[in-house]
Design a protein around this ligand. Structure first.
Ligand code: GLA
Length: 372
């Protein structure tokens, strides 16, 4: 490999629980993964950001003065969006050569896009001689995802990608951005992530639709109760008010209210190492995402059901936006190999897709190293 000046990476993430609540001001419980995007970068003294990939034949050259014009790129649009928003936030952009190496599978629901955006920002900061603040990088990356890539996302993915900590899950309050790091304590178990391998389709439009449904719920409920966001609504209060909402909107709101409760219980279960408890919460979360929020689909449901039926599994659910992507399961270490074999076979029989299991570790967010 050619010589580069910095090696900068940001993580993919798994969300343990707290799904589709970040944009409703709720708490989420993700962890950064060792699957990550790494950017090798060096200054080139021009006004171009030249990008190559370890895994793609494409080469892209972005003009630092025209960063707004690359939305249509198949590859390089996330990097362009991140650079554009970082520049707009007042940071210096130095011309540079980047080699991008992504080990987060694309379209898997493990936040490859956040890892790309955050690592690109951190690489641009490094090459401009700046020390990057991870929270600022996350917020700018979220802006890129929303305003450049067009997904009206919450803050969870970019925050986890930038601010993750090895061996810790993050209890992130998406209303205040207060984050508690909770040591992961899976006792006799481990986290197993499995990819449905179902190609995503229309994720952006359906994601944005869910978001607007929760906004409608908030608007209606605000007329009758003093809340700032949907996650502020306690279950008892929701039960008193739910008749005000039309059926579909009510179902979406019900998911948000009870998922928020499950996150609270999950924190205690994790701190106590109570895997049976945590597992039950994962199962309830999946059922709610399937029946009330309607973001799972045949493949995720088949994969979660197969996992949940195995005796070594404490619990399993979809993770991320849904509509395809991955499940996360808590599985006794002693039964893990049998679990993977059983789930893969049953899933194939039911759907015709060959799933993929990842042995991912919980890792740091942004890591910047100078290459000597
Ligand atoms: C995507 C978004 C996040 C979050 C999840 C669902 O990953 O980027 O902000 O809303 O979906 O929990």
């Amino acid at each position: 490999m050619d010589k580069y000046t910095y090696k900068v990476s940001a993580a993919g993430r798994v969300n343990i629980i707290g799904e589709h609540v970040d944009y409703c001001g709720g708490k989420v419980f993700p962890a950064a993964l060792s699957l990550k995007n790494t950017v090798y970068v060096r200054p080139n003294g021009t006004d171009k950001i030249n990008i190559r990939w370890t895994t793609l034949p494409d080469e892209v050259s972005l003009d630092v003065n025209a960063l707004d014009s690359y939305r249509g790129l198949k590859y390089g649009n996330y990097q362009a969006g991140a650079a554009f928003m970082w520049k707009n936030a007042g940071h210096k952009i130095a011309g540079c050569d980047m080699l991008q190496d992504c080990t987060v599978p694309f379209g898997s629901g493990l936040s490859s896009s956040a890892a790309i955006e955050v690592s690109t920002i951190a690489a641009l900061a490094a090459v401009a001689g700046e020390t990057v603040d991870p929270v600022s990088a996350a917020l700018v990356a979220q802006k890129a995802e929303r305003e450049y890539a067009g997904v009206n996302c919450g803050i969870m993915d970019q925050y986890a990608s930038a601010c993750g900590k090895k061996g810790h899950a993050m209890l992130l309050d998406c209303k205040t951005l207060e984050c508690k790091y909770v040591p992961v304590n899976f006792g006799d178990s481990e986290l197993i992530i499995i990819n449905t391998k179902k190609p995503h389709n229309l994720v952006e439009s359906r994601y944005n639709e869910r978001r607007s449904e929760t906004e409608q719920a908030l608007k209606i409920l605000k007329g009758s109760t003093d809340i700032e966001c949907l996650a502020d609504l306690a279950p008892q209060r929701f039960e008193q008010l739910k008749q005000l909402l039309p059926p579909v909107i009510r179902a979406r709101a019900e998911h948000v209210v009870y998922e928020t409760e499950r996150v609270k219980l999950a924190e205690s279960a994790m701190r106590a190492g109570a895997m049976a408890e945590l597992g039950k919460l994962l199962n309830s979360s999946h059922a709610s995402l399937k029946n009330l929020y309607e973001v799972t689909g045949k493949e995720l449901d088949a994969l979660a059901a197969a996992a949940q039926s195995h005796p070594a599994c404490y619990g399993s659910r979809m993770t991320g936006a849904g509509f395809g992507g991955c499940t996360v399961s808590i599985v006794k270490k002693a039964g893990a190999e049998d679990f993977k074999k059983y789930v893969s076979e049953r899933y194939f029989k039911e759907t015709g897709y060959v799933c993929e299991c990842y042995d991912a570790e919980i890792a740091d967010g942004i890591v910047t190293e100078e290459i000597k």
